[in-house]
Design a protein around this ligand. Structure first.
Ligand code: BES
Ligand code: MN
Ligand code: ZN
Length: 507
């Protein structure tokens, strides 16, 4: 089961008591001289008294701080909650992402309550959109495999946003927030699924289930069809597993499409490393090695839900990387879809093998751009840390992705793709080896993938970008803002924003 329940979102402009909720949440900024109670719907008297008590209550206004107080009779809520927004910008306002995180953090930490009213400073529609997104992203939990729900707190089901922005004007932003959160939360749930339950066949089934009711076409390649058509990368990686690999194509092709994009995702449902086996410590986290495929699937489903006039196709390259008597060996040579040969010198560099098949297949349809998303390298974590995705490829695509990510409130950073890395991938026996220069390994992996990007009608390489989400796709630390533990769903919002931006660019 990968479908999550949508939160109910609404706006209210006055009369808190007429639409009471379990908690009223008011913002606190981390000002230069201490905490500052932000504009709120409380009576002047009540606001003054609370503002005067912030310091003694230990409230600083730092992000993620959520402080519960008894509700005031004038609000109709049993709880009054003070939530930190962190440091304001120079003009005293907050970025969209600060609002998104504060809303998400409050809703996340107030799990167990049924309804919450968020009264953060929202002067413009964009602020309301950010609060709505944060709230919907914060209302998430993964409890599928608990035999008892005792002691588990259900996510907040209903959030009202207190704002002067007109309700009619706000509605499309609320609807968009729901679509985004549905896609991000479904991605998180797929990532959180244990590998006992999510394997290539069940992942393909989940893709079909999530696509139900949407104007998309789903095609699944089983092992026989993969064999027949020569998808040697996906088959090679999947060889060691008792569970057969899959390729899944999810196409959204509206009639009046201005542009056509292809998204390719790494879907390793579990990465043991194969014969080049990984150490035991932390191996369990490799259930998240299918995050890229979950991201591209849900990005296309969100684009379809929003009805954007753009063709978007997701290619999910799905296999389980296991050691066994049937597994591929270091030094094996495989033939990627389309004919290029690869010497597999390390079976743990499997992501690039399945992605090579997917990128060649995506190229055949000559899209305007190909974006691939993958938990590809440990080197990504070394280079950019746990929260920032690396993006490499054609400048036009990487810079468009960077600005889309900025708008969406996600962290991505462009990295170079130096030519000198390519010879490090030379093989003694095949066209290419699957490992090369270790230093800058994230870029070496991207240099490998670039070899498989096809040409467009003009004989030029199709504009392409590779996004390495090894770090940011899985949160091993504490939850923060709207981000839970484990699957984060990162990059879905960036891809949707990228698609939206293409429309304004081509208008
Ligand atoms: N799935 C891993 C990369 C990874 C590491 C993702 C840590 C998330 C967290 C990938 O398949 C892998 O094993 N890559 C190797 C490549 C190496 C053998 C060239 C790596 O990064 O060590
Ligand atoms: Mn690996
Ligand atoms: Zn992997």
């Amino acid at each position: 089961m990968v479908k999550t329940t949508d939160i109910i979102l609404g706006v209210i402009a006055k009369d808190l008591k007429k639409s009471p909720s379990d908690a009223l949440v008011v913002g606190v900024a981390q000002g230069a001289d201490g905490p500052v109670l932000l504009p709120n719907p409380l009576s002047a008297k009540a606001a003054e008294s609370i503002a005067g008590s912030l310091k003694v209550l230990g409230i600083t206004g730092a992000a993620d701080q959520v402080h519960r107080l008894p509700g005031l009779p004038e609000t109709g809520s049993e709880l009054l909650v003070l939530a930190g927004l962190g440091k304001p910008q120079a003009d005293g306002s907050f970025t969209g992402e600060a609002l998104r995180r504060a809303a998400g953090s409050a809703v996340r930490q107030l799990a167990g309550l049924a309804s919450v009213t968020l009264a953060f400073p929202t002067t413009a529609l964009a602020d309301v959109a950010a609060v709505a997104e944060g709230a919907a992203l914060g209302a998430y939990s993964y409890t599928e495999h608990r035999s008892s729900k005792d002691g588990l707190k259900a996510p907040v089901a209903k959030v009202s946003i207190f704002t002067a922005v007109d309700a009619k004007e706000a509605q499309p932003a609320l609807d968009r927030a729901i679509v985004l959160a549905r896609a991000v939360n479904a991605t998180r749930t797929l990532v959180n699924q244990p590998p006992s339950h999510l394997f290539p066949e069940s992942f393909a089934e989940a893709a079909k289930e999530l696509s139900k009711g949407l104007p998309v076409k789903v095609t699944v390649w089983d092992e026989k069809r993969l064999e027949k058509e020569g998808f040697g990368g996906i088959l090679g990686v999947g060889k060691g597993s008792a569970r057969q690999p899959r390729l899944v194509k999810v196409e959204y092709a509206p009639a009046k499409a201005a542009r056509k994009i292809a998204l390719v995702g790494k879907g390793i449902t579990f990465d043991t490393g194969g014969i080049s086996i990984k150490p035991a410590l932390g191996m369990g986290d490799m259930k998240s090695d299918m995050a890229g495929a979950a991201v591209v699937l849900n990005a296309v489903l969100a684009i379809a839900s929003l009805g954007l006039p753009i063709k978007a196709t997701a290619w999910l390259c799905i296999a389980e990387n296991m050691p066994s008597g049937a597994a591929q060996r270091p030094a094996d040579v495989l033939t990627v879809y389309g004919g290029k040969t690869v010497e597999v010198l390390n079976t743990d560099a499997e992501g690039r093998l399945v992605m090579a098949d997917g990128i060649v297949a995506a190229s055949e349809e000559k899209p305007d751009a190909i974006i691939d998303v993958a938990t590809l390298t440990g080197a990504q974590l070394i280079a950019l840390g746990l929260r920032t995705a690396g993006v490499m490829g054609t400048d036009s695509v990487t810079s468009a992705l960077k600005s889309a990510a900025d708008r969406a409130g996600e962290l991505v950073w462009p990295m170079p793709l130096p030519e000198e890395l390519r010879p490090s991938l030379d093989s003694q026996v095949a066209d290419l080896a699957n490992i090369g220069e270790r230093n800058g390994g994230m870029m070496t992996a991207a240099a490998f993938l670039r070899e498989f990007v096809g040409k467009n009608g003009n004989g030029e390489q199709i504009p392409w970008a590779h996004v390495d989400i090894a770090g940011p796709s899985f949160n091993n630390g504490s939850p923060y803002g709207y981000t839970p533990k484990q699957g984060t769903g990162c990059t879905v919002r960036t891809l949707v924003a990228y698609a939206e931006d293409l429309l304004t660019a081509s208008a």
